[in-house]
Ligand binder design. Structure first.
Ligand SMILES: Cc1ncc(COP(=O)(O)O)c(C=O)c1O
Length: 398
């Protein structure tokens, strides 16, 4: 309850039971204040004005970059601000993959990727004649790691995987994947969109090449995301978009570009959003992330055990693992469409997600066109999940 009080949305919506945190998280007052503070007291464009007021705004923006870098154990110039995780992946696809992946090369994904980490690679593969392979998802929602060393081979140039599935809640064994990819010289992109609000990631120790996440899924504002690019790879990447802020010198016919991160941040960036994201990460650093993970696991265990009592419900994903260390679970109800379940819950002020969760090929593989997803965050309390279970019991009676 203590944490919930720090999130103003719940004071303005006292009845709201918000269980759709994998879609977006709510914002603590400190994040709202940081954004309001910038607009009310410090607003100016950055990297342009030579006047002190503009330089101060530039300093705030660069401080935000330093905060993100410190949070990930990266260098500030390895942090590129983008719009969201989706844009970060597209940037790598256009700026690195289109230049370094060629006919016959292979890109390895997993079967539980979000469309954001599938469609850009389809575009690359179609354009250059590369092949996309998939690490299969087992029936229990985990990855078939036993197939990793066959699927990663001398043709593999990139392995791109989610750190945590937004459908099954399964955590990816990143060490296994990165070691396997690097053993053949392939690069690794980690989509950390679903992990950032629940665990700490150290890009340096993991030795990851690219990593993306969205600010809005980690208690920050919308309109801001992060792309980490390992320093050694920056020189071999071309700018993704061209325009102001990216260039060293421009002539009528040609231009020379600045180094990272400037060469990847064309135009006026999301300044207030970056400052809001830094406030969110600082807020998160003040929390006990392990205690939060334990709290979320206890609540999701209650959800799972409650649903297991109800007949005609099929839970998706690695249930035993989720009970121990998860925070989201998806399920289907026999004979009731997921959208109807979500609509009924909505009538009782309970927000859950229903659909294919932007992972349509996996939904097709499992012949589950739509499922209901309950996803928790640090501010959820026991009453939230007990109320959810109470309404689920009513649905079954209906
Ligand atoms: C695993 C995963 N990757 C990427 C995304 C895309 O995030 P965004 O829409 O913020 O770019 C999502 C969104 O739900 C996600 O769950």
């Amino acid at each position: 309850m203590k944490l919930k009080n720090e999130f103003p949305i719940f004071q303005h919506n006292k009845e709201l039971i918000y269980l759709d945190n994998a879609a977006t998280t709510q914002k603590p007052q400190k994040v709202v204040d940081a954004v309001v503070d910038f607009y009310t007291k410090h607003n100016a464009n950055i990297h342009r004005g030579v006047y002190a007021f503009g330089e101060q705004a530039t300093q705030f923006y660069e401080d935000a970059r330093a905060t993100v870098a410190q949070h990930l154990n990266a260098q500030p110039d390895e942090i590129v601000f983008v719009k969201n995780a989706t844009e970060g992946i597209n940037l790598v696809a256009y700026s690195w993959a289109m230049e370094h992946i060629t006919t016959g090369d292979e890109i390895l994904l997993t079967e539980y990727e979000h469309h954001a980490n599938l469609l850009p690679w389809q575009r690359v593969a179609h354009k250059v004649g590369a092949i996309i392979r998939f690490l299969p998802v087992n029936d229990n929602g985990t990855l078939a790691y036993d197939q990793l060393n066959t699927l990663v081979n001398k043709h593999t140039k990139l392995v791109a995987c989610s750190a945590l599935s937004n459908v099954t809640g399964a955590k990816t064994d990143l060490v296994k994947i990165i070691n396997s990819a690097h053993s053949v010289g392939a690069k690794v992109l980690v989509d950390a969109a679903q992990l950032m609000a629940h665990a700490k990631i150290d890009v340096h120790n993991l030795d990851v090449d690219f990593l993306v996440f969205s600010g809005h899924k980690v208690f920050g504002p919308t309109g801001i995301g992060v792309l980490f690019i390992k320093k050694a790879l920056q020189k071999e990447m071309v700018p993704y978009q061209l325009g102001g802020g990216t260039v060293f010198e421009v002539d009528w016919q040609d231009a020379t570009y600045l180094d990272s991160p400037q060469k990847f941040e064309a135009g006026t960036p999301p300044i207030a959003q970056a400052i809001g994201l830094a406030a969110a990460l600082k807020w998160l650093q003040q929390q006990d992330i392990q205690a939060i993970a334990q709290h979320e696991a206890t609540l999701i265990k209650t959800v799972i055990e409650g649903l297991e009592q109800l007949p005609h419900i099929k839970l998706l994903g690695p249930i035993d693992e989720l009970k121990k260390s998860g925070h989201l679970v998806s399920f289907v109800v026999d004979d009731i469409h997921a959208h109807d379940v979500a609509a009924y819950l909505s009538n009782h002020n309970i927000a859950v997600r229903a659909g294919h969760h932007c992972a349509q090929p996996l939904a097709k593989k499992w012949h589950v066109d739509a499922s209901v997803r309950v996803s928790l965050a640090c501010y959820n309390i026991k009453d939230d999940v007990l109320n959810f279970l109470k309404i689920m019991q009513k649905i079954k009676k209906l």
